[in-house]
Design a protein around this ligand. Structure first.
Ligand SMILES: *[C@@H]1O[C@H](CO)[C@@H](O)[C@H](O)[C@H]1NC(C)=O
Ligand SMILES: *[C@@H]1O[C@H](CO)[C@@H](O)[C@H](O)[C@H]1NC(C)=O
Ligand SMILES: *[C@@H]1O[C@H](CO)[C@@H](O)[C@H](O)[C@H]1NC(C)=O
Length: 267
């Protein structure tokens, strides 16, 4: 017993992973945010540092929580992927404006939104297959986020914005559709939600001017036909920052609104 004592407080901490901020109660909808840099967010951060500009659509709210890297619910604030998308300069992404727009939907919107950031910049889809570090991190975080709500929350959707890296390689572009179909099925099975909604963002540009942008976009669209309950919103045409790569803050606000509209149409 005496030997166990130093370990006990640590064990208790493990048992209380969500003790930071209580999960905001009934009718909370939880969303997984996954993919690469534009999901994580580089709005205002394309020049070596983040400019710190947070428009009202991305401001903190008592009704929006994020699941932290330490597996605790806490108040969500930009940059939402802090501590998750490691090794990159982070800025504004689509998560906060998405949450605000969902909460603003009179009558149909939930009482509170919980965001589970999981994106990692520069990652091809091959980095997200079942058993990889990123896949397991995503599933582990999603499970812990829901456990931390003690049944008071429901997993609502996966928001997925990824594929720019795959557009650099013919092989990855050709394999994209099959890999994405498998990913959706695996996530649904591992989270016990065979019908879980997935909203894919159609990529707007390829990383390093990759040649296979249209192939990846076609693959993304094809998945909406081959797998039920997969929706598609198109990032093509949204303003791109001066790095010619990432979405601006303004574009991320637009994208958040588009994702919210797509989600709300399913209610
Ligand atoms: C880059 O960042 C610096 C420091 O924050 C800022 O003064 C400068 O205006 C930025 N340049 C561009 C092109 O955004
Ligand atoms: C992506 O996959 C490559 C090849 O397996 C691996 O070396 C790399 O560490 C992975 N990156 C991440 C972020 O998981
Ligand atoms: C998004 O992110 C990748 C890098 O991760 C980038 O190369 C791509 O061009 C980006 N932009 C858009 C608008 O999809």
């Amino acid at each position: 017993m005496a030997m166990l004592q130093p370990v006990l407080p640590f064990l208790l901490l493990l048992l209380l992973p969500a003790a930071g901020r209580p999960c905001p109660g009934g009718r909370t909808r939880v969303f997984i945010l996954a993919g690469q840099s534009n999901m994580s967010g580089r709005g205002g951060a394309t020049n070596g540092t983040w400019d710190g500009v947070v428009p009202p659509e991305c401001a903190p709210s008592p009704r929006i929580s994020r699941f932290s890297p330490a597996l605790r619910w806490e108040e969500a604030r930009e940059p939402l992927h802090a501590g998750i998308d490691v090794g990159n300069v982070l800025g504004v992404g689509p998560g906060m404006p998405f949450a605000h727009a969902v909460l603003a939907a009179a009558g149909v919107g939930p009482a509170a939104v919980g965001l589970v950031p999981c994106a990692q910049g520069g990652t091809p889809l091959a980095n997200w297959t079942r058993g990889t570090e990123l896949y397991e991190r995503m599933v582990t975080r999603a499970r812990a986020a829901l456990d931390g709500c003690g049944g008071g929350a429901e997993l609502a959707a996966v928001l997925w914005y990824q594929g720019e890296t795959d557009a650099m390689s013919r092989e990855d572009a050709e394999l994209y559709q099959g890999r994405m179909e498998t990913l959706v099925r695996d996530v649904r099975r591992d989270l016990g939600r065979p019908d879980l909604l997935v909203i894919e963002v159609g990529i707007a540009t390829a990383q390093y001017n990759g040649k296979y942008l249209s192939e990846v976009r076609e693959a993304q669209k094809a998945v909406t036909r081959t797998v039920p309950n997969v929706r598609y919103v198109d990032a093509m045409g949204l303003p791109i920052a001066s790095d010619k790569t990432h979405l601006t803050t303004e574009a991320q606000v637009q994208l958040g609104n588009m994702l919210a509209k797509s989600y709300l149409e399913t209610l």
